[in-house]
Design a protein around this ligand. Sequence first.
Ligand SMILES: Nc1ncnc2c1ncn2[C@@H]1O[C@H](COP(=O)(O)OP(=O)(O)OP(=O)(O)O)[C@@H](O)[C@H]1O
Ligand SMILES: [Mg+2]
Length: 332
Amino acid sequence: MTDSVLSVRNLTTSFKLRSGWFPAVRDVSFEVMKNETLCLVGESGCGKSITALSAMGLLAGQQGCRVSGEVWFDGRDLTTLGEGALRHVRGDRLAMIFQEPMTSLNPVLPIGYQVAEPLIYHRGMGRHEAEKEAVRLLDLVKIPDARRRLAQYPHQFSGGMRQRVMIAMALACDPDILFADEPTTALDVTIQSQVLALMNELRDEKAFSLVLITHDLGVVATIADRVAVMYAGEIVELAPTDELFRAPRHPYTEGLLRAIPRADRDTETLQAIDGQVPGIDKMPAACRFAPRCALREDICERERPELVDCRAEQPHGIRCHVRTRELAGSAS
Ligand SMILES: Nc1ncnc2c1ncn2[C@@H]1O[C@H](COP(=O)(O)OP(=O)(O)OP(=O)(O)O)[C@@H](O)[C@H]1O
Ligand SMILES: [Mg+2]
């Protein structure tokens, strides 16, 4: 695929607990295409943040954590780079907005200073030039009266504005890929949709790729080109958004979709998926979704399903023995 800008292959991230090493993310592979929005979606604890942090090289080398697999970007496997080279790629070519943005801004430094910082570090600008550029960036993310606000501190900004500042900082160096981990969860619904619309607009204008992490399928429907559904540290379904909503294949995805309110269904038919995502040291050995799955058969408890292309109109991966067999049967 010539349009791929990032290729994550067999990414596995394990943590050391008292009873041994356990994978929080197992064998995750996906491509990020040029100028697309890819959403990583799944319940809390499914491994979305760990996937993004590992792909950005932010976990490798940390105590009690092991990362394996490959992350190809611009002809290089990032997992083989030293911290110095990696730091250059991060912030400059790959940027990330973290799950807790309110804690990512330094409360004792003016906003302008913080937005200018990456430009000085990565682009070698002087302080004056960088602050001029910071005004342009704050304008870009639609912060009114940006020049005056440069000298203000984070507590003088509302939640939605602070989120816009985070976006401005992430975009300061014109990244090729922006990872955004639940960037709107802390915001109320109207502000949330404004921030999402802004991210989409900027993605088109600046032609970067957006990897958006969310547990909110409503957000996915409005913004994503493709969706990777994660369950218990694995991708269980990977498909273009319209196809995923029209014809979900994995029983977990079906469960997620049944659990969201829709205008064409009354709320009494909403169904939560019974049970919870298991802890990393309590994972079922074969299919990790099996204990919660209505389609469960013996094979699901015996053999781990692979992510296979179910040969729909577009590439559409699923990790389910039963559905893969059914689809193969109906195709022959
Ligand atoms: N440092 C750590 N040590 C041990 N286990 C960890 C560590 N960090 C994360 N985990 C475990 O890894 C799993 C995946 O965590 P992750 O933070 O990626 O989930 P998530 O999908 O981002 O969830 P959320 O929607 O709540 O942010 C969870 O079971 C979590 O408890
Ligand atoms: Mg998370």
